[in-house]
Design a protein around this ligand. Structure first.
Ligand SMILES: [Zn+2]
Length: 246
């Protein structure tokens, strides 16, 4: 059997009961419920959900229902990240594959996806297209993370933060964005690092940046904290690794 797909640290697996069985106490139910019901044997509340792995309706407990929710949002994030650029052929194919009724890590051509994403980064870097480069790098970060290359994802995600910050010096473009900080935080295994990143997100500097009036000094100090936390390479080194000189 295909391995379950891991995205954003969430395993899209075979959760819940396919049969009319209580997920709390395993006793048989008269029929498969169509909506939330209480089990007559144990009183546990059973929820009906569609699990992403095979798109089948299953019976779950409340906490399993939350897991299913997390699976769907992880799947949507990946689909949005790789499907957002219409010229990204491999990304478009992958986004389509992720809509198929059966998911697995082997149903996606990760190598080709990474190759194409990296080529886009190199292209925009060479053409000095900062906005497009930023989007291409963020896509590459998402794909790297999805296929288990966590360190790559972290380096690339931090590069996106640096690019966002550079744009922030040029009002009204915003600086660091909470969405990207959250993504980078999710690439980090160590909860302490994630904590520091979340604090940077919540700092007034970032909030000010979002108002379209970024404060360069404050955003820079938030970014420095982010850098220290992520122990990233410098932007220049990353840029060199991503394209030039190869
Ligand atoms: Zn029960």
């Amino acid at each position: 059997m295909d391995a379950p797909l891991h995205i954003y640290g969430v395993e899209l697996g075979l959760i819940g009961k396919l049969e009319a069985v209580c997920p709390h106490c395993e006793s048989s139910l008269p029929k498969f419920p169509v909506r939330k019901t209480a089990c007559r044997a144990c009183g546990g509340i059973n929820y009906v959900r569609t699990r992403p792995f095979d798109r089948k309706r299953v019976l779950v407990t409340a906490s399993e229902a939350e897991e299913v929710e997390a699976m769907w949002s992880a799947l949507k994030r990946l689909r949005d990240a790789i499907g957002m650029d219409p010229s990204f052929t491999a990304g478009k194919e992958a986004a389509t594959a992720l809509r198929q009724p059966k998911l697995s890590s082997t149903s996606l051509d990760w190598e080709r996806l990474l190759d194409e994403a990296l080529n886009k980064v190199r292209h925009h870097l060479g053409a000095r297209q900062v906005g497009l480069l930023r989007n291409a790098v963020s896509v590459l970060a998402e794909i790297s993370f999805a296929c288990g290359k966590r360190d790559d994802a972290l380096r690339l995600g931090t590069l996106v933060l640096a690019l966002d910050n550079a744009q922030g010096f040029n009002p009204p473009r915003a600086g660091l964005v909470p969405g990207m900080l959250r993504r980078v935080a999710s690439y980090i295994d160590d909860p302490d690092w994630a904590d520091i990143l979340m604090k940077a997100r919540e700092s007034s500097a970032v909030v000010a940046g979002l108002g379209g009036r970024s404060n360069p000094a404050a955003v820079t100090s938030a970014l420095k904290a982010t850098y220290a936390a992520a122990r990233s390479q410098s932007v220049r080194t990353l840029a060199a690794n991503c394209g030039e000189g190869r």
